[in-house]
Design a protein around this ligand. Structure first.
Ligand code: NOJ
Length: 579
């Protein structure tokens, strides 16, 4: 199993590297940066969706699984990329988006063409409900993940179709075996035959719905549509479907990492990733990345409302799966294309030195955790969120951000609207998915070297790119980038303790320091993280017993191999000791 000790580098194709000056990243652009990717010390890349798509949700609305979105390139470009990765010993994963298609997919076009279409049942159609006044209403009260009803009315055939995400993303009906067979042929086997090494499986726990479509409990009486995720995640037949899909993947020896929203209970997670179950090889749990998000609506929250014990508990929850008592496996990650940047959420950007220290502290945190490690493009150079001064209406592009902002604007009265919009803006500046989608910062030239100077990039490059970029950090032995490379090689050198060790808290309630132990085969490490922007003292003697030898630190002032001499931790100082 190549993936247990592996690090996977996640690429957001639109924002990684533009090779032809149209302002949109592309496959040849990714190809041109394989030397850089490999220099990080990663083992595989994962490409977010590159299939043909009208891009209502950045390619998570696929209109043809067997074609590439033209601005990204061609199927042949992908074949070349697969060959080039393999020639270097890099694996390549693609995104598998099969809960829904685009409404422009031929299957849906056929499905919506008439009530008697042979593909009618490939999607989820239901007649309207009538309210007390005899008015047509959606079949139930579910709110879609992007706001509004989860059902869209189709005038031509007089029924609603289900869309857990945007109206342009109709949900496939997995109950129908013919639909499943078509999904496996087009979305999986077409690409597996081309030699890809596996898939990141989008919303892996939503394919099976309760076919009676019960109403969600009314958690917010002021809203017409209600939070319904617990009703559509982990449905009755989900494990059967995943087992069926895994049987196909197995023929190609392909690896899977499933996205697993709304599954906080470790026993439920284990049902997906237990080796004996043969469903998914690992999952992305949401415990850490959801810290600080609103419970009913993700952006209905205030920035930095979390405490260190909260964060510790969530780290522990994801590590528990790999405590040596289960046959399950999971992942370690702090960022992806759906999250604000980790430094902006849990680190500090107020000065360059705190930015650098906290970027390295977060690097130490995630690279010392068990599970397959996922590194998101730009995380390795410490990219941060766009500033509060950026206008939501013009600079933010994501359907989720736009819909939320429009919802707040529409639902607040004129007297409350400026404070409601300010609160929404502040939450979006902290958590919106847009931040991770800003162009990759290659250098200090216009548009951060992501595209040619006279192009208009599809998203504006961060104004800080003259300071934070790959070129500059490659030349600096103490940069965030150099630190990531170092940590990835240390992780490789001690796989038993970092990638596969057993995690244990030192003091889960301590509000100032995050300390944990990782236990490997015959050795242990102690990780000490100062999560504050102030100096702190730490007493290590007697904590875990044994002698401590410093393995690595983000403080250049203390040399490696230096032992217990320094007990004062600088702001955001992080250390790893061999015990
Ligand atoms: C999860 C993906 O990561 C996200 O970007 C997308 O919007 C939804 N699934 C819907 O496919």
């Amino acid at each position: 199993m190549w993936w247990k000790n592996a690090t996977v580098y996640q690429i957001y194709p639109a924002s990684f590297k533009d090779s032809n000056g149209d302002g949109i990243g592309d496959i040849p652009g990714i190809h041109s940066q394989l030397d850089y990717i490999q220099s990080l010390g990663v083992d595989a890349i994962w490409l977010c969706p590159i299939y043909d798509s009208p891009q209502h949700d950045m390619g998570y609305d696929v209109s043809n699984y067997e074609a590439i979105y033209p601005p990204y390139g061609t199927v042949e470009d992908v074949e070349k990329l697969i060959a080039a990765c393999h020639a270097r010993g890099l694996r390549i994963l693609m995104d598998l988006v099969v809960n829904h298609t685009s409404d422009e997919h031929a299957w849906f076009q056929e499905s919506r063409s008439s009530l008697s279409s042979p593909k009618r049942d490939w999607y989820i159609w239901r007649p309207p409900r009538l309210d007390a006044a005899g008015q047509r209403r959606p079949p139930n009260n579910w709110r879609s993940c992007f706001g509004g009803s989860a059902w869209a009315w189709d005038e031509a055939t007089g029924e609603y179709y289900l869309h857990l995400f945007a109206a342009q993303q109709p949900d496939l009906n997995w109950e129908n075996p013919a639909t499943r067979a078509a999904i496996y042929a087009a979305a999986l086997e077409f690409w597996l035959r081309k030699g890809i090494d596996g898939f990141r499986v989008d919303t892996a726990n939503t394919y099976s719905k309760h076919t009676s479509f019960p109403d969600a409990p009314v958690s917010n009486p002021a809203h017409e549509y209600q939070y319904a995720s617990p009703l559509f995640c982990n449905g009755p037949r989900i494990h059967d479907y995943l087992r069926e899909m895994a049987a196909i993947l197995k023929k190609y020896n392909a690896m899977t990492v499933g996205e697993l929203p709304l599954t906080p209970n470790p026993a439920d997670v284990l049902a997906y990733v237990s080796a004996q179950e043969s469903q998914l090889d690992m999952v992305f749990q949401f415990d850490i990345v959801e810290l600080g998000t609103g419970p009913d609506m993700r952006y209905h929250t205030t920035p930095r409302n979390w405490t260190l014990p909260d964060l510790k508990a969530r780290v522990q929850a994801t590590q528990a799966l790999m405590d040596g008592t289960t046959d399950g496996w999971s992942t370690a990650f702090l960022e992806n294309h759906d999250q604000g940047r980790s430094i902006s959420r849990w680190g500090c950007e107020t000065t360059p030195s705190l930015w650098s220290a906290s970027a390295k502290l977060l690097c130490i945190l995630v690279t010392t955790l068990s599970g397959t490690l996922f590194l998101y493009q730009g995380q390795e150079i410490g990219m941060v969120n766009a500033p509060l001064s950026w206008d939501i209406d013009t600079e933010y592009k994501d359907v989720e951000s736009k819909n939320y902002y429009a919802f707040v604007r529409a639902s607040s009265s004129s007297s409350s609207s400026s404070s409601a919009l300010a609160a929404a803006k502040s939450a979006l500046q902290h958590l919106a998915r847009d931040h991770a989608r800003l162009p990759m910062q290659w250098d200090g030239t216009p548009h951060a070297g992501f595209t040619v100077p006279d192009a208009t990039p599809w998203m504006r490059a961060h104004d800080n790119h003259p300071d934070i970029n790959v070129k500059r950090q490659t030349l600096d032995a103490h940069s965030v980038l150099s630190f990531w490379k170092k940590m990835l090689s240390i992780r490789k050198a001690y796989p038993d303790v970092f990638a596969r060790g057993v995690f244990a808290h030192v003091d889960p309630e301590d509000e100032r320091l995050f300390m944990f132990e990782k236990r490997g085969e015959g050795r242990r490490v102690l990780v000490v993280l100062n999560f504050r922007d102030e100096v702190q003292e730490v007493r290590l003697e007697g904590l875990l017993g044994g002698r401590y030898e410093l393995l690595v630190s983000n403080n250049v002032e203390i040399g490696e191999g230096e032992g217990m001499s320094m007990h004062v931790l600088q702001p955001y100082e992080a250390r790893v000791y061999l015990v």
